[in-house]
Design a protein around this ligand. Structure first.
Ligand SMILES: Cc1cc2nc3c(=O)[nH]c(=O)nc-3n(C[C@H](O)[C@H](O)[C@H](O)COP(=O)(O)OP(=O)(O)OC[C@H]3O[C@@H](n4cnc5c(N)ncnc54)[C@H](O)[C@@H]3O)c2cc1C
Length: 487
């Protein structure tokens, strides 16, 4: 018997109920669409794209529309599956002619941010077939195809002693992460990931493949760095790599009964930590699950993890005040740079989750108390605080619409949705995690952590917002592109 897909198991946020659907026949293929106008659009797409487009009812449609965040049951008009830049051009042109919108998506890690969008007239342009990385070790750059994920880059760059400003998960896409800012364990010393983007090949709303860089189409290049998928479909991106072969990194772990003591100590420690240290603290509540290691199953713990761009001796000296709290586990050591992506232990496969975040200017004693108190809320999986500031908070003179983050800390609350019935409790728990920090919240947004529709994004752009809006009207006047973080 066929196993249900993850989306079938967790159909919690359904975007477009398929009611009153029409069946039309074209080239011997049955296409299940909602009305006659849609049937005409579907016929045009099928004629233009053949088997590069899937409709409801087609074999593979359900798998193709399922995002990484399987709590989101996104239901687009069709899913297009390009394998080349030319395919992307064809898809954008065909969708435009058919009067449809286009939503570029690489993995669906941010699918919840689009959960409010009506996709009934939108082609989901899934870039998961467009992966590949070419490293130029002498120039220390990589050309990365539009749907590639961070493990693709790290596997290619690592053998050359190079790495990149990747985030904590190996399977997040390079484009989706970088063009919304990108917060890495190198961030306090090296700034946001987006500032390492050198050039972008993008298919714009007029169906052209355009090269955008500081020299060519500089306005579009500026807008893409922050505006991301609201400005087009990125088919490849050129990024700078870092000459880092290994790094001092790891984690410290205590029982959650030590959460107050450890969190106060970490907060104090971050106030004077150098920019070479980027760390995170989490209170994690694990359900009792047989697939978890016994020391985590059914247990709450507090974890500090991160990376130090220091010698072993200097890093160990910096860690001393935290090690003095006698963690029951201490994995900090020098590791190959590509292994840093595993340190945060993000889930390695599609996961149903609800998340929310807030930015803080300071993690005061009272804020620590509130953070710890909410950390064990029933239904909350992770209450996390990432230390940012440093270079991450300094705008880059050559940057785009986003080049820095306002604030010193990001609080990120995560709840799992193991079964659809858990969705209300999970949403309430994630909301509670950030609501507890309300008195210290500042008017700022970390774009990559935006994971819900209807978030006011202006706090991510500040003064850049007006120019970004103007450029959106110039490059995409008909609002062809639907994006997780719309402009
Ligand atoms: C487990 C996990 C760990 C994470 N860790 C970090 C972290 O350490 N630091 C951090 O900053 N963020 C982190 N994030 C957030 C993540 O970086 C963002 O959600 C990011 O936008 C995901 O990109 P994606 O392409 O994988 O997701 P998608 O949902 O596929 O894409 C998100 C949006 O990016 C745009 N996009 C993606 N690909 C393209 C393309 N080729 N062309 C045009 N537009 C495109 C689209 O607008 C799309 O709506 C994490 C998220 C998760 C779930």
């Amino acid at each position: 018997m066929r196993q249900p897909t993850m989306a079938e198991s967790f159909p919690t946020i359904r975007q477009t109920p398929s009611t009153e659907r029409h069946l039309m026949s074209l080239n011997d293929l049955a296409i299940d669409v909602p009305d006659a106008a849609a049937a005409a659009a579907a016929a045009e797409l099928r004629a233009a794209l053949g088997d590069r487009v899937l409709f409801p009812g087609d074999p593979g449609f359900d798998a193709a529309r399922t995002p990484w965040n399987v709590a989101v049951d996104q239901y687009p008009f069709a899913v297009a599956l390009p394998e080349s830049a030319d395919d992307v051009v064809d898809i954008v042109r065909a969708a435009t002619l058919a009067g449809l919108r286009v939503a570029p998506q690489s993995t669906g890690h941010a699918a919840a941010a689009m959960a409010g969008a009506d996709l009934s007239r939108t082609v989901l342009l899934s870039l998961r077939g467009l992966r590949g990385v070419q490293v130029d070790p002498d120039a220390r750059t990589a050309r990365v195809l539009g749907g590639s994920v961070w493990s693709d880059v790290l596997e290619s760059a690592g053998p050359h002693g190079l790495t990149a400003l990747h985030g904590s998960a190996a399977d997040v896409s390079v484009v989706g992460y970088l063009l919304s800012g990108g917060l890495s364990f190198y961030a306090r010393k090296r700034g946001l990931g987006v500032n390492c983007v050198r050039a972008v090949h993008v298919v714009t709303a007029d169906g052209r493949l355009v090269h955008a860089s500081a020299e060519e189409n500089p306005d579009l290049f500026w807008a893409l760095r922050g505006g991301s998928g609201a400005f087009g479909v990125v088919v490849s991106i050129e990024i700078e790599l870092l000459p880092i072969a290994d790094v001092f990194a790891g984690m410290l772990l205590w029982d959650a009964s030590r959460a107050a003591e450890v969190t106060h100590a970490w907060a104090e420690w971050t106030r004077s930590a150098p920019e070479s240290a980027t760390t995170t603290l989490r209170i994690m509540n694990f359900p009792p699950l047989p697939q978890l290691p016994p020391f985590l199953s059914g247990r709450s713990v507090v974890v500090v993890d991160g990376a130090f761009e220091e010698t072993d001796a200097a890093a160990s000296a910096l860690l001393e005040p935290l090690r003095a709290l006698q963690p029951e586990m201490d994995t900090f050591a020098r590791i190959p740079a590509p292994a840093l992506v595993a340190v945060h232990m993000d889930p390695p496969e599609p996961t149903p989750a609800v998340t929310d975040h807030v930015m803080l200017a300071a993690f005061t004693t009272e804020a620590v108390d509130a953070f710890v108190a909410v950390g064990r809320t029933p239904g909350l999986f992770v209450q996390e605080i990432r230390h940012v500031g440093g270079a991450a908070s300094r705008p880059s003179p050559d940057g785009g619409a986003v080049s820095s983050l306002v604030g010193e800390y990001v609080v990120h609350s995560i709840a799992m949705v193991p079964v659809p019935e858990a969705a209300p409790v999970a949403s309430a728990a994630a909301r509670a995690g950030v609501a507890a920090m309300e008195p210290w919240r500042i008017d700022a947004v970390a774009l990559t952590f935006v994971d819900a529709p209807d978030v006011d994004l202006t706090g991510a752009f500040g003064q850049a917002w007006a120019r970004l809006r103007q450029l959106k009207l110039q490059f995409d006047p008909a609002d062809l592109f639907a994006a997780a973080r719309p402009v």
